[in-house]
Design a protein around this ligand. Structure first.
Ligand code: SF4
Ligand code: SF4
Length: 443
């Protein structure tokens, strides 16, 4: 069986973000395979753990993928400060005499933005509205490469490694079945240290805030990699609660200083994205092609969480405009002009320590996730839509006995999608509303 089929059958999707089906990405040909191992969001340590502890599988996945996309170069782009992770990977690379380069990134945010990583490694700017393949690059990440290796050995994606930190008793990395309740992740980290909390699902800059009362009914997806427990009245939690009306009212305070634009990483690699202009444009009743640049925003948050002296919300404004453009079917059209990175780009890189202070996360900055636990769940709820593309079709019925790795959701005929597998042994207890539930207690 070829690698693409193995990866498709194993349900591998991009583990670090939106969940693009990896078997489709592997159909490309590229000059570079770049592994984005920057882990640049503050506090997160999952990729560092995987690079240290699963370096052999990571290197194996990189070599398979490099051959598949016929890349001339495979590069793991990792922050130079992750010394232990680099040493572990170098040891495997040397032992196997693998043709893989380690590129040491500077310690800045957002080094792990896909287009930043491509620029740092190759000096090439992805065209506005384009993808890395436009400049000869396929980009993947650490966990996905490990999953590709496991797929080549016939093992499906059934578990996730997740950093659980912040206000928990035992901050740590856990391995837990896909579909486990998010609350189970907190228990695996010794429970919360405070009663009134919220969670950031993902990194502090780009993750989604989940309030305590929303936690029940949320289940781990293949794309999850971190849960950060914060006090319910934390700055980041309060900020996430702004309504669209409040965001628009706050936009009136904009003094057009353009610090958001000067600090915007996408602007710095030469894209025509000017969030200060969007702060004016959002007052228009109707959006049209004249504000199409809002579609270039990657939602990194630099403008509103770091640059803006008024503490207002240019990222959210970009998102509001972009959503309106998408609703109208407007896509970004590049005029073909040359993309030239800004000269002062080096000086706009954000030191993580300053970002952490700005985000009021100092208290949890020095948590070292040295301990590890492998969680055994007794019930999982596997969402049929946890990837880009069409929801999977349930392939089991209530009462079926299933084992780990068995297919429980298939890709609709001819669609972009991903296969879903049982992540525990047990009995199917529900098939409804876009999920399959499995419990061991009835088996
Ligand atoms: S940084 Fe803030 S105040 Fe300055 S232009 Fe941007 S949104 Fe307006
Ligand atoms: S969130 Fe702000 S800084 Fe980041 S890409 Fe969008 S406009 Fe630029």
């Amino acid at each position: 069986m070829d690698l693409i089929t193995q990866v498709q059958n194993s349900g591998v999707v991009g583990a670090g973000g939106a969940g693009f089906p990896t078997h489709v990405k592997l159909g490309a040909q590229a000059e570079y395979l770049i592994i984005n191992a920057a882990e640049c969001e503050p506090l997160l340590q999952t990729d560092q753990y995987l690079m240290r502890e699963r370096a052999a599988e990571l290197v194996g996945g990189v070599l398979l993928t490099k051959a598949q996309v016929q890349a001339e170069k495979a590069v793991i782009a990792v922050k130079g400060k992750y010394g232990d992770a680099i040493a572990a990977m170098r040891a495997v690379i040397e032992e196997q005499q693998a043709e893989i380069e380690i590129f040491e990134l500077q310690n800045f945010y957002p080094a792990g933005d896909e287009q930043m990583t491509v620029y740092e490694v190759t000096g090439r700017s992805v065209p506005p509205g384009g993808i890395p393949l436009n400049v000869g690059c396929v980009v993947s990440n650490v966990a996905t490469m490990i999953n590709v290796f496991e797929a080549s050995e016939g093992t499906a994606v059934t578990h996730k490694y997740v950093s659980v930190l912040g206000e928990v008793n035992n901050p740590r990395v856990i391995r837990i079945p896909v579909g486990a309740a998010l609350s189970e992740c907190l228990v695996a980290a010794g429970g919360t240290t405070i009663e009134d909390f919220a969670i950031i699902r993902g990194g502090p800059m780009m993750g989604k805030v989940v309030r305590k009362d929303e936690l029940e009914g949320l289940y781990l997806k293949k794309t999850d990699g971190a849960l950060i427990v914060l006090p319910a009245d934390h700055y980041l939690v309060q900020r996430s609660e702004l309504t669209e009306e409040q965001i628009l009212n706050r936009a009136r305070k904009c003094i057009q200083c353009r610090q958001c634009t000067d600090g915007c990483p996408r602007n710095q690699i030469g894209h025509d994205l000017n969030p200060h202009k969007m702060m004016r444009a959002v007052m228009m009743d109707e959006v049209d092609e004249s504000v199409q640049e809002a579609l270039l925003c990657c939602a990194c948050g630099v403008c509103e969480m770091y640059s803006c002296p008024m503490g207002i919300d240019p990222r959210q404004v970009n998102i509001i405009i972009a959503n309106k453009l998408r609703a109208k079917g407007i896509r970004y059209q590049h005029d073909g002009s040359e993309i030239i990175a800004r000269e002062g780009r080096e000086y706009t890189k954000i030191p993580p320590a300053r970002l952490i202070a700005r985000l009021q996360l100092d208290k949890w900055d020095h948590q070292h996730l040295d301990s590890f636990v492998d969680v055994q769940s007794t019930t999982v709820r596997l969402l049929m839509s946890q990837h880009i593309g069409a929801p999977s079709i349930p392939a089991v019925a209530v009462g079926d006995a299933v084992t780990v790795g068995q297919v429980v959701g298939t890709i609709p005929e001819g669609a972009l999608g991903s296969t879903i597998h049982a992540s525990i042994n047990g009995t199917v207890t529900a098939v409804e509303n876009g999920y399959v539930e499995i419990s061991t207690q009835l088996s």
